[in-house]
Write a protein that binds this ligand. Structure first.
Ligand code: 173
Length: 321
């Protein structure tokens, strides 16, 4: 080869480099089942920021949006089919794909431990097989759900009350005698305002994001279960990533789970804020509280095992204390 053509080849190679690098960069599209102004989305944005900083030239995530971009109960299916690559959702919102998804609310040990005790391996076996999803990690931990009411009760009997639910609370509130109405979070305010419901289920944190305190008079204590919101990814897309790109996602998910103790502080803040907003606590006495708590898990696991006779018992073993 002549010197000039060598130089030309070198110049061409140099020019081609940026294009090659760009071609190697993968951009994933993410959606959220929860609204943009929630703590969940703030956590998602922190996750994305970390990926986009550490993944320059390799992996980027583009946040498409929340329920305005996609109805919450469709996020799971969009991830399954690859319409989007990553979804932030709670399992309760995609029980139409796999009933097992809702069992993540029944975990009694932190996500960091579920990663180590085999629970995550089981979850991924199920999520891969039944939903074409890779389970990336948990956004919220250490946070119970509660029952919020517009009418007072003096014992855990919801007979005659209409309560807004998702699959998270459905069987438990029904077992307490409630008439149930399922809605997405975006419809709760109007349902309360119009008296379509006398109460709703929600974690201890987050009611202020949707101004529900304006329509809420009581909260029942104790809480129950462990609120779950997670990041899930289309399995084909996950398998198509390079090991380094997968490691980046896994590392960021582990970091998120390690930081999840910060939810305890957020929960304390919202508990205080609820009191300031005039929300009264209906505190069950010790015996009633135990019964309430035990019934929640009893009903929760009974439905999970009925819906998934194979995986239900395996999840119960690895999720429970
Ligand atoms: O919409 C809900 O009440 C619900 O199911 C849920 C689940 C996890 C976190 C927040 C809400």
């Amino acid at each position: 080869m002549k010197k000039t053509s060598l130089l030309a080849a070198a110049a061409a190679a140099a020019l081609a480099l940026p294009t090659l690098a760009a071609a190697q960069e993968t951009t994933l599209r993410a959606v959220s089942a929860f609204a943009e102004n929630t703590e969940y989305v703030r956590k998602l944005e922190a996750f994305i920021k970390q990926i986009n900083a550490e993944g320059k030239g390799s992996l980027q995530i583009n946040f498409i949006g929340g329920p305005k971009a996609m109805p919450p109960f469709e996020v799971g299916n969009a991830v399954r089919t690859g319409v989007v690559d990553i979804g932030m959702s709670t399992g309760a919102f995609y029980t139409n794909i796999m009933p097992e998804a809702d069992a993540l609310k029944l975990t009694q040990i932190p996500a960091t431990e579920l990663r180590k005790n085999g629970a995550y391996d089981l979850v991924n076996r199920i999520w891969n097989e039944k939903a074409n999803m890779q389970y990336l990690g948990r956004v919220i931990d250490f946070t119970p759900f509660h029952l919020y009411l517009t009418k007072k009760i003096d014992k855990p009997d919801l007979t005659g009350l209409k309560i807004r639910v998702t699959p998270v609370y459905r069987d438990f509130f029904q077992a307490l005698g409630a008439t149930i109405v399922q809605t997405a979070p975006g419809e709760v305010y109007t349902a309360l305002e119009r008296g379509v419901v006398d109460g709703y289920g929600w974690p201890i944190q987050g009611i202020f994001d949707m101004k529900w305190e304006e329509k809420t008079k009581f909260r029942v204590d104790p809480g129950f279960y462990n609120a779950e919101v997670s990041l899930v990814m289309n399995l084909d897309k996950w398998k198509g990533l390079k090991p380094a790109q997968r490691d980046l996602l896994t590392k960021a998910a582990i970091a998120m789970e390690q930081q999840a103790v910060s939810w305890k502080k957020l929960n304390d803040e919202d508990t205080h804020r609820q009191a300031q907003a005039g929300i009264q606590v209906i505190k069950l006495d010790a015996a009633a509280a135990k019964e309430y708590h035990d019934k929640a898990y009893e009903v929760g696991w009974a439905s999970a095992i009925k819906a998934s006779p194979t995986y239900g018992p395996q999840m119960k073993k690895l999720f429970s204390k």
